[in-house]
Each structure stands twice: as structure tokens, then as C-alpha cells.
Design a protein around this ligand. Structure first.
Ligand code: SAH
Length: 240
């Protein structure tokens, strides 16, 4: 937690917050924050700043906060991700949030196991919890939006074309001819397949919706590795 992300319900005054639970425990045990210390804070979808520890006990820590800095610019990337297996999903969600992706679509694909959709990590509360961990890791405040589409065909036919107009649509698919672009630094929509990859029918549909298949070299990467590699190629860190 490189930042304590603050929510409306944490505020007990215009510039005073009271933190309990995970954030309090982290401040006390990992950061070993004491009264008078200043810690980095940010208000969800708002500014970054500092929190001065004014009081703490075993249940709560109180901070006087000043919020002055804008958060980093969001990545202009729409990420369309075939639903990963639950254990990986949680990590990928945190990674994607920490990279600055704000628009995430979780889709079905032939090689997504049906049971993956049953995971409790897809509940509103769990999605938010993991996105918060990613934002706190990265010192960002802008909450990503996650949309779930459990039917591939209607998504690919009815919704995806609009996400790929006036911006490149990229389909990460090993073994294709075109390497993934570098230094794009502009809006894009990127589709990433499941562990077993997209099947040819799905690649055809994604291409028909306006996408172009791109590769990252001959090595096949896990989704959790492919995501940061793709984002790192498309967007220069100094700008985002
Ligand atoms: N067995 C699958 C690989 C799946 S890897 C196959 O052979 O197609 C999971 C996903 O990560 C892929 O669908 C793709 O979106 C992305 N990915 C992994 N390695 C990649 C590479 N070298 N080039 C492009 N995309 C890759």
C-alpha cells in the first residue's frame, strides 16, 4: 500500500478521516506510522496528498488530510480480457488497476471454463477490493470500470465494433504475422485470450469487429505476463 485510498465514508470532517480494518493495520504494522507522521493518501476519483496522523488506537487511525495533486493520467486503453481462472483473475485485476487501465471488459470464450464465472472474486465487493489494492500500489485514485459479458457472440457482434472505431483494435494472438505496435500512446482496444488461447472462430469474430491480430514474439506468455508486456509496448511509462 503506497497510498491509503480514502472513500466518502472515511471522512469524519471536511479534511479528517478515520481508517479502520486493513488500512489501519497496514499503517500500524507495515508502515509503523506514529502520531505526527505523514503518509501518502488519495481520495477515490479525486486528488492525491498527505495524511497527518493525529490519533491512533487499536481500532482506528485518524488523519488530517490535504489533497493537492492530480492522480496520474489514465491509460487510454480498453482491455477486453477472456475471463482468467480465479486465482490468476485476482492478480490480473490488481495488475491491470496498477497499470492505469480504467476500462475493463471480462468476456467469455470457448476455452474459458464455465466454473470460472462462479468465482466469488467477481462480486461487486471483491472486484472493488482488488481494484483498490492495485490503485493503492500504483498511487492512483481513479477507479476502473469492470463490465462482464458472459456471451461471446453478442458481445463480439453488437458491442465490440463500437469499441474499435476511430482507434486500433488489437487482438493479442501468438503466431500471427504482425508484431504488436510500440509507443502507440493513443487510444486502443486490446483483446487478450484465455489460458488456452482464442479459437480460430473467435479470432475471426474479433477481426470482423475491427481488430487486428498482433503478436509479442514467439514465446507464449501467461495472461498475467502478457498484460504488462502489451501495456508496456503500447504506452510509454513517462507519459502515464
Ligand atoms: N495456448 C494459447 C496461448 C494462450 S496464452 C495459444 O497457443 O494460442 C493466453 C493469451 O495471452 C493469448 O490468448 C494472448 O492473448 C496472450 N499472449 C500470450 N503470449 C502471446 C504472444 N507471444 N503473442 C501474442 N499474444 C500472446
Amino acid at each position: 500500500m503506497n497510498l491509503a485510498l480514502l472513500f466518502d465514508e472515511d471522512f469524519i470532517g471536511p479534511d479528517r478521516v478515520r481508517l479502520t480494518g486493513r488500512r489501519r493495520a497496514h499503517l500500524a504494522t507495515v508502515l509503523k506510522a506514529a502520531e505526527g507522521d505523514r503518509i501518502p493518501v488519495g481520495r477515490v476519483n479525486g486528488e492525491l496528498g498527505e495524511g497527518l496522523v493525529t490519533a491512533q488506537d487499536e481500532d482506528a487511525v485518524e488523519l488530517a488530510v490535504t489533497l493537492t495533486q492530480p492522480p496520474p493520467d489514465p491509460l487510454p486503453l480498453t482491455l477486453v480480457l477472456a475471463m482468467p481462472r480465479p486465482k490468476m483473475f485476482r492478480r490480473v485485476l490488481q495488475t491491470v488497476a496498477s497499470l492505469g487501465v480504467k476500462d475493463i471488459w471480462l468476456i467469455n470464450a470457448y476455452k474459458v471454463e464455465k466454473s470460472f464465472w462462479q468465482t466469488p472474486w467477481l462480486s461487486e465487493a471483491s472486484l472493488r477490493e482488488n481494484l483498490v489494492l492495485g490503485l493503492e500500489q500504483a498511487r492512483d485514485t481513479r477507479m476502473p470500470r469492470v463490465q462482464i459479458r458472459k456471451l461471446f457472440k453478442p458481445f463480439a457482434e453488437d458491442e465490440l465494433p463500437a469499441l474499435m472505431t476511430e482507434r486500433p483494435g488489437l487482438v493479442a494472438h501468438p503466431g500471427t504475422e504482425t508484431p504488436c505496435p510500440v509507443h502507440l500512446n493513443a487510444p486502443a482496444t486490446l483483446c487478450i485470450g484465455p489460458e488456452g488461447g482464442f479459437i480460430p472462430y473467435e479470432v475471426d469474430k474479433l477481426v470482423a469487429a475491427g481488430g487486428r491480430s498482433v503478436h509479442l514474439g514467439r514465446r507464449i506468455l501467461r495472461v498475467e505476463t502478457a498484460v504488462p508486456v502489451l501495456v508496456g509496448r503500447l504506452y510509454d511509462a513517462a507519459r502515464y
